[in-house]
Design a protein around this ligand. Structure first.
Ligand code: NCD
Length: 308
């Protein structure tokens, strides 16, 4: 039962709970109109201290499509944080008005701090360079829908593995499944943090290889997960400029990839996937964005305990 719980970390839900959630998301995707009133009378609060397009809009769209309502702010300047209010006080106030809240914040651990201060379900919409569990739900649902399974897969994660929170959460979540192989493709300076690699080492039959060039692994991947270099988390602009275009996936590189490999990206993309790749049937990043709405609909329903 997910009713009344929060989602702060990718492993907060068991594999069985995730299966049920994905089952519901698939049912919603089949017939969304049947859920049009599922959350009537309920209110979602979106507290976004950092920029977002997909995460905020997909949460808002999810709640509106469930017949619920949404309040919130986007940008610290538009909330009392600008006056110096703590996240603990903000969440306790929001809990007086809303039934569930999603928080995106530049500081690691902020969603956890908020969740500890209230009985209202709190969803982590990204905490700094740390975790992004609802992007992981989106990614897992997409892999399940496209590949039919969440084990025995070889996944290449490419780009900024140091600061990319979607990668950190996805590795953590996938290491729980059997027989996964991770190909970590990044420049030396942007390798995955040690604590993230440790999830793989502790996983069941999971292994990893490191690569500096895409072509080293391209021919044997089931999934290629591209990411942008996280400009806002760099200490200096010079390093960002030097590293930002290290990997650019284009039609030529796609020729080396298996016919059934899928390309994913949490978006936004900058230069790392050439627009020409969008026409390739293996490109799944916009489907992925759509799955994000369905899985968030399933999540909101489950945390509120409605219709499940
Ligand atoms: C990601 C994020 O915010 O971490 N975006 C998203 O939520 N889809 C990825 C990114 O910003 O690069």
């Amino acid at each position: 039962m997910l009713k009344g719980r929060s989602l702060i970390e990718p492993l907060d839900f068991s594999v069985e709970e995730l299966d049920a959630l994905f089952g519901l998301a698939n049912e919603i995707a089949e017939a969304p109109e049947q859920y049009a009133d599922a959350c009537a009378g309920k209110l979602l609060a979106t507290l976004f201290y950092e920029p977002s397009t997909r995460t905020r809009f997909s949460f808002e769209a999810a709640m509106l499509r469930l017949g619920g309502k949404v309040i919130g702010f986007s940008g610290e300047a538009n909330s009392s944080a600008a006056k110096g209010e703590s996240i603990a006080d903000t969440i306790r106030t929001v809990a007086c008005y809303a039934d569930v809240a999603v928080i995106r914040h530049p500081k690691e651990g902020s969603a956890l701090v908020a969740a500890k201060r209230t009985d209202m379900p709190v969803i982590n919409g990204g905490d700094g360079g740390h975790q992004h569990p609802t992007q992981t739900l989106t990614d897992l649902l997409t892999i399940r829908r496209e590949k039919g399974r969440l084990n025995g897969l070889r996944i290449g994660l490419c780009g900024d593995l140091k600061f990319g929170r979607t990668v950190h959460s996805l590795i953590k979540a996938l290491s729980r499944y059997e027989d996964m192989e991770f190909c970590l493709i990044s420049p030396e300076e942007l390798v995955a943090p040690e604590y993230v690699v440790r999830y793989i080492r502790q996983g069941r039959d999971c292994g990893y290889t490191e690569a500096r060039h895409m072509k080293e692994v391209m021919g044997r991947l089931d999934i290629l997960y591209m990411t942008r270099v996280q400009r806002e988390r760099f200490f200096n602009e010079e390093d960002y400029l030097r590293l930002k275009d290290t990997y650019i996936l284009d039609a030529k590189k796609m020729k080396d990839a298996p016919q059934d490999m899928i390309v994913m990206h949490p978006l936004p993309r900058v230069n790392e996937i050439a627009p020409e790749v969008d026409e390739d049937p293996r490109a799944k990043y916009f489907e992925q964005a759509k799955n994000g709405m369905y899985v968030r609909m399933a999540l909101i329903m489950s945390l509120l305990g409605v219709g499940v």
